[in-house]
Ligand binder design. Structure first.
Ligand code: SAH
Length: 348
């Protein structure tokens, strides 16, 4: 169902003998109110039955973990009856972010990432990606009073590499920003990529408002080849060029993501190499203490190392923040909940 746009839905319902305005009603309820069929009071029992049978919503909750007094909620969802993926909701004082998956698993093979360690299972469709935000909007109503009760931001930072599933990701973007549907602002949506250069270059062709985050994690090719194997395909020089091109076309500040790994990429040498790259790109650097995962020996950097790293960047005039880690203790690292689910399904 979530794969259909309003025209597609209208066509279907007309073929079933329903008036065109019925499609508009259903579409608005689905995308504006995040309603399920049960909650659509203006749908006749007959149409309800047919929608359930032929256009099922197929978003099934398998597991849910909460942390930070309910402000962080991580769920395992089964989409389309087959793909098991993670979606996360993070409530802050002034905003609520939904973190969505673009693939089930991932082929990028980053050594510190739990999703990378499981490999790629499947691509998600545009509707399966967008459906996660519909779920998140419903869950946002249950957030504590300390945060807004609605989704203000969406980040493509869940399982998968968005630009390895480019068309469905752009399709999801269209669905989320549809003025006749959910109406989220592209400026509040961020695509995070491992550095797939062709995807970065093409992005402004379809949407020049959506924000870009690049998972750099290393500032020279030797280290980056090791941490982020996609670097062998698109080395740093090419990647930096592509980010600069995106910035010139969109006039937006790119983000650089940097998972701080103890003794690996948290050295002064890496900070000194990163500084001119980030400065030249007018990028905002996000330092994120690594979330340790079962399949990797990598450990998070100590707070004083993170502070020292941030200072080197700040002294060079770079905009930097240290991200607070959310959801420690609820298998919050990318892919970890799914990983646990696969290993011990009986415990869920
Ligand atoms: N494939 C995309 C988006 C998904 S991963 C990308 O690489 O950007 C989202 C972010 O989480 C990336 O920056 C990724 O490198 C980071 N990440 C993955 N595993 C992590 C871990 N164990 N600890 C901290 N960050 C991690």
């Amino acid at each position: 169902m979530y794969d259909l746009d309003l025209d597609g839905l209208t066509e279907r319902l007309l073929a079933w003998g329903e008036p065109a305005y019925r499609a508009r009603q259903v579409y608005a309820q689905l995308w504006r109110r995040s309603a399920t069929y049960d909650e659509m009071s203006d749908v006749s029992p007959k149409l309800h039955e047919r929608l359930e049978a032929e256009l099922p919503l197929e978003v099934e909750l398998l597991d849910e973990r909460t942390a930070d007094r309910g402000a962080t909620r991580k769920v395992l969802l089964r989409l389309g009856g087959r793909h098991v993926i993670e979606t996360v909701l993070m409530g802050y004082r002034d905003r609520v972010t939904a973190c969505v998956s673009s693939q089930s698993g991932c082929a990028m093979d980053c050594s510190f990432c739990a999703t990378g360690q499981m490999g790629l299972m499947n691509n998600l469709s545009a509707g399966e990606i967008a459906a996660q935000v519909v779920w998140a909007r419903r869950a946002a109503a249950r957030l504590p009073a300390s945060t807004p009760q609605r989704i203000t931001n969406v980040v493509f930072m869940g399982m998968g590499e968005p630009f390895a599933n480019e068309r469905p990701v752009l399709g999801a973007l269209a669905r989320l920003t549809d003025p006749r549907g959910m109406r989220l602002g592209s400026r509040h949506i961020t695509i995070s990529t491992v550095g797939v250069v062709p995807g970065i270059r093409r992005l402004p062709d379809t949407n020049d408002q959506v924000r870009l985050a690049v998972s750099l994690h290393a500032a020279d090719d030797e280290l980056r080849d090791e941490l982020v194997p996609a670097n062998r395909l698109w080395p740093l020089g090419t990647l930096i060029d592509a980010i600069a091109g995106w910035r010139e076309r969109t006039h937006h500040r790119p983000s650089i993501e940097w998972a701080m790994i103890d003794g690996v990429n948290d050295t002064e040498d890496q900070a000194r190499k990163l500084a001119p790259i980030a400065f030249g790109l007018h990028a905002h650097v996000n330092l994120i203490p690594l979330n340790p995962t079962p399949g990797s020996t990598a450990r998070p950097s100590m707070p004083d190392r993170i502070r020292a790293f941030a200072h080197v960047l700040e002294r060079a005039g770079v905009n930097v923040t240290v991200r607070d880690t959310r959801g420690r203790g609820i298998e919050a690292a990318c892919g970890q909940l799914r990983w646990e689910h696969d290993r011990a399904p009986a415990a869920v």
